[in-house]
Design a protein around this ligand. Structure first.
Ligand code: NAD
Length: 252
């Protein structure tokens, strides 16, 4: 019960296709560790599925709908969670998308959607979460970056937006330190989630065997344990950091 008594928000707690995503796995783990979890997604039925899994396991959760790229919705969401559960301790900014044409073939629309989705949700949810966390002595924010933030990924907008997540994490960490709010991010490598299903197959298997020292995909549950650590009081002197969860890709 590493999060006993804590109230947490997980954004992108649903999945775009049936299965286990990073947000869903983390919401489930947070609840197992004693947190009350607000499962947030723009797709309410998918968030509800996550909340139902948690409740079926005896945990406490609520599903909420929000498009986190819209400041008004982000603000209303934070207020709704605080009025439901009385406070806010943990925010996992997990929402993220990566699609579109490789390299300079990216369309303006795809570039804007990826940059907006991957960065604005973190900014707006943090903006309204930090003052609420401060009221009860502090809290922890974990953002979902990517190994693509360190290298030249073929989807330029994704790589660039995730490098932005690392930078925004550091900015938020320094700004929020005076409120005892810690801000870190995880940088997952190749994780088997519904988001990457379309690019699974031969090409990805090749990447796994040639680029991943541990020679396998990661599982969303393995990302969840890293997020849990950074969100818990065990990481009480860690802020502004990016933790790779990638089977060794980033050091190979
Ligand atoms: N799967 C991987 O290999 C991998 C690797 C590195 C990083 N990541 C990151 O992990 C995070 C989650 O990825 P996943 O693979 O679990 O994906 P997923 O697509 O299964 O889950 C993402 C969820 O976010 C929701 N969402 C999208 N835009 C939203 C918005 N504007 N407002 C609210 N909800 C929104 C979607 O509806 C979906 O349910 C992303 O940030 C992704 O970049 C994934």
């Amino acid at each position: 019960m590493r999060l006993k008594g804590k109230v947490a928000i997980v954004s992108g707690a649903g999945t775009i296709r049936p299965g286990m995503g990073n947000g869903r796995a983390t919401a489930i783990l947070f609840a197992k560790e004693g947190a009350k979890v607000a499962c947030v997604d723009k797709n309410l039925s998918s968030a509800q599925e996550t909340a139902d899994i948690i409740k079926a396991q005896g945990g406490e959760a609520i599903a909420m709908q929000a498009d986190v790229t819209q400041e008004k919705e982000a603000k209303a969401l934070i207020q709704a969670v605080v009025s439901e559960y009385g406070k806010l301790d943990i925010l996992f900014n997990n929402v993220g998308v990566g699609f579109g044409s490789a390299g300079l073939k990216v369309s303006e629309e795809d570039w804007d959607t990826i940059m907006s989705t991957n960065l604005k949700g973190i900014l707006f949810l943090s903006k309204y979460a930090i003052p609420e966390m401060a009221k009860y002595g502090g809290g922890a924010i974990v953002n979902n970056s990517s190994g693509a933030s360190f290298v030249a990924h073929q989807i330029y907008a994704y790589s660039t937006s995730k490098a932005g997540v690392n930078a925004l994490t550091r900015c938020l960490a320094v700004g929020a330190a005076k409120y005892n709010v810690r801000v870190n991010c995880v940088a997952p490598g190749l994780i088997e989630t519904p988001m990457v299903q379309p690019v699974m197959g031969e090409k990805r298997d090749y990447a796994i065997t040639t680029r991943v020292p541990m020679k396998r995909h990661g599982k969303p549950e393995e990302v969840a344990y890293a997020v849990l650590f950074l969100a818990s009081d065990e990481a009480s002197y860690i802020t502004g950091q990016t933790l790779s969860v990638d089977g060794g890709v980033s050091v190979f």
